[in-house]
Design a binder for this molecule. Structure first.
Ligand SMILES: [Zn+2]
Length: 264
């Protein structure tokens, strides 16, 4: 092969390789709010959110100590609720192509990747944070929905400021596994208080989890009528406003995936 040909082949191979690792899968066109948001569970408290424009937000990537498979995720913005190893592994998250990865990890409202993220201080235990420290509650709008991820919330009572920020939440992500966060009854109480349209329990025990003997998800699910519990077959679900009803539906992913790039 001539030098020129070899250079062209190498260049094409390089482009194909780059395309593989940073491929952005853009959903079918449509009004962003009608398309909603695609939620993918990666295990523990880590989720990806993708909107109709292909923008991706990742929250709380963990390291392999937790017991789930190591993560390899792509995002426009990554949210870190607190600096514990089961929530802050930003080394597992990569930007798309040449764009830079935005990190949101402190209180206040930050505009990043086209979203306004509101982060509020909260306690990681029910003793004013004296045992486990603090966590952030993350609130943002995406795909026409108001989303809140409560990090490692341990407080049994919300403050007036937290309650106000969580008013009108459509999708709520809440820890239910106890030991270091809210347990099933505590989480159910907060769910009833906020009355979101959809709830994703998180931070609970599964056979893979080896760092704490967290309670499984079932005691939390048992606190809701069976017709409000929706067990998914896989790790991903797309939810738009038209899917929501007045009843709070609890979504339980049937599996988790360690990447958010389809077909890998
Ligand atoms: Zn945690």
């Amino acid at each position: 092969m001539s030098f020129k040909k070899r250079t062209v082949v190498a260049a094409v191979a390089g482009i194909l390789f780059l395309g593989c690792v940073s491929r952005r899968v853009v959903p079918s066109p449509g009004h962003s709010a009608d398309w909603g948001v695609e939620v993918t569970w990666h295990g523990h408290s880590c989720f990806s959110f993708r909107d109709a424009n292909g923008r991706v937000v990742v929250i709380d990537p963990f390291d392999e100590t937790v017991g789930y498979r190591p993560l390899k995720l792509y995002a426009d913005a990554v949210l870190i609720t607190h600096n514990h190893f089961d929530h802050n592994n930003i080394q597992a998250v990569f930007p798309f192509g040449r764009s830079s990865l935005k990190i949101v990890d402190s209180t206040g409202t930050v505009r990043s990747a086209g979203f306004d993220f509101q982060a509020l201080q909260a306690d990681h235990d029910d003793q004013g944070g004296e045992i486990n420290g603090r966590t952030l509650l993350m609130v943002w709008r995406m795909g026409g929905l108001k989303i809140a991820h409560l990090g490692d919330l341990g407080q049994k009572q919300l403050t007036a400021e937290q309650r106000e920020a969580l008013q009108g939440v459509d999708l709520l992500f809440i820890p239910v596994g106890g030991v270091v966060t809210l347990d099933a009854p505590g989480a159910a109480e907060i769910v009833r208080e906020i009355a979101p349209r959809a709830v994703f329990p998180m931070h609970y025990g599964r056979p893979e989890v080896r760092f704490y003997p967290l309670d499984p998800v079932d005691p939390f699910l048992a606190l809701f009528p069976p017709d409000q519990v929706h067990r998914l077959s896989g790790a991903t679900v797309r939810i738009s406003r038209k899917d929501l009803t007045d009843k709070t539906v609890i979504y339980v992913p049937g599996s988790f995936v360690s990447t958010n790039v389809p077909n890998q």
